[in-house]
Design a protein around this ligand. Structure first.
Ligand SMILES: NC(=O)c1ccc[n+]([C@@H]2O[C@H](COP(=O)([O-])OP(=O)(O)OC[C@H]3O[C@@H](n4cnc5c(N)ncnc54)[C@H](OP(=O)(O)O)[C@@H]3O)[C@@H](O)[C@H]2O)c1
Length: 287
């Protein structure tokens, strides 16, 4: 069910990873609905051209950008500082930037890349922006997870996967971590005006996985007939960001605009408490 055309008018919407794929489509959709959209991504030129394209297509001039490499926690802090200064009240934060790294890479902070980009980065950014989201009459945090999290295990004994690395397991661990974070944060914010929901966008034909080799990427694209378009893949994010139907839903996990169940592990309170504490230490969030 679609809301009225300009339902997001005056709402400050931050979207990470908005220069490609489902994040970009979401940015267009929220600008179309009148939102003030802040495109966040790592490539300044791509950010500028995305902003230009959104303004041109939607006629909405309230579109801005900040570039940051979100795998670098110092840059995440710097981004949060700029956002807090510019936008004392934030209505929507969409943690969408992410990736799948098949071979083991380390970030500048010496963390495993899947875990750092897909979990530690949104964990830190969200915690740093919480007070600004509480300023909104109805703040919404949206975490773009993946059904891969069903296969995830949190390896506390080797969280950075230095031994026995497997790319899919690393990605699955990072998305389970994000989903555990989603549910724990929703519980923490249950008496506030901020909701927190996660989603699986479907299998989407984006640039996802291109970094792991072009041949492999295009062969998979050719063989995979089940992929949906980025626009289709963005719909659940846009829905969670803008629909009145979900204004009071929190701690959910959505697929195709329906609240469904995430994995049993993702609701494990002991696991989420431990992961929260470890993530606090790794990101040094309270300093
Ligand atoms: N596609 C799928 O089938 C699928 C399925 C389940 C979940 N997901 C999730 O959906 C989300 C969006 O992925 P997508 O499919 O739209 O992929 P995509 O087309 O590759 O888009 C990813 C976005 O994240 C940005 N990004 C990547 N690394 C970054 C970094 N270090 N710092 C800042 N920004 C960074 C990219 O910037 P550039 O434009 O510069 O590359 C791009 O804007 C991810 O979290 C992914 O895990 C995707």
């Amino acid at each position: 069910m679609s809301d009225s055309n300009k339902s997001m008018s005056k709402k400050i919407c931050i979207i990470t990873g908005a220069t490609s794929g489902i994040g970009k489509e979401t940015a267009f959709a929220l600008a179309e609905k009148g939102g003030s959209v802040i495109v966040v991504s790592r490539n300044d030129k791509k950010c500028i051209s995305t902003v230009k394209a959104i303004k041109k297509k939607t006629g909405n001039n309230h579109v801005d950008h900040i570039s940051a490499d979100l795998s670098d926690l110092k840059q995440v802090r710097n981004l949060a500082r700029q956002l807090k200064e510019k936008y004392p009240c934030i209505d929507v934060l969409i943690n969408n930037a992410g990736g799948y790294f098949k071979t083991r890479l380390e970030t500048v902070d010496d963390y495993e890349m899947n875990f750092a980009l897909n979990h530690l980065s949104p964990f830190l950014l969200t915690n740093l922006l919480i007070d600004n989201l509480k300023e909104s009459s109805q703040g919404r945090i949206i975490n773009v997870s993946s059904s891969a999290h069903f296969k995830g295990k949190i390896k506390f004994e080797d969280l950075q996967l230095q031994n026995d690395f497997n790319g899919f397991n690393a990605y699955a661990q990072s998305k389970l971590a994000l989903t555990l974070f989603n549910h724990k944060l929703a519980e923490q914010l249950k008496d506030t005006n901020v909701t927190v929901n996660a989603l699986h966008p479907g299998l989407v034909a984006t640039n996802f996985g291109k970094n792991n080799g072009l041949l492999r990427f295009y062969v998979r694209r050719l063989l995979n007939k089940n992929e949906i378009t980025p626009l289709e893949g963005s719909k659940t994010i846009t829905y969670l960001a803008s629909s009145a139907e979900v204004a009071e839903i929190t701690g959910g996990y959505f697929e195709k605009e329906k609240n469904t169940k995430s994995s049993d592990n993702s609701y494990n309170q002991e696991l989420s408490k431990k992961l929260w504490e470890v993530s606090e230490t790794l990101t040094n969030v309270s300093s």
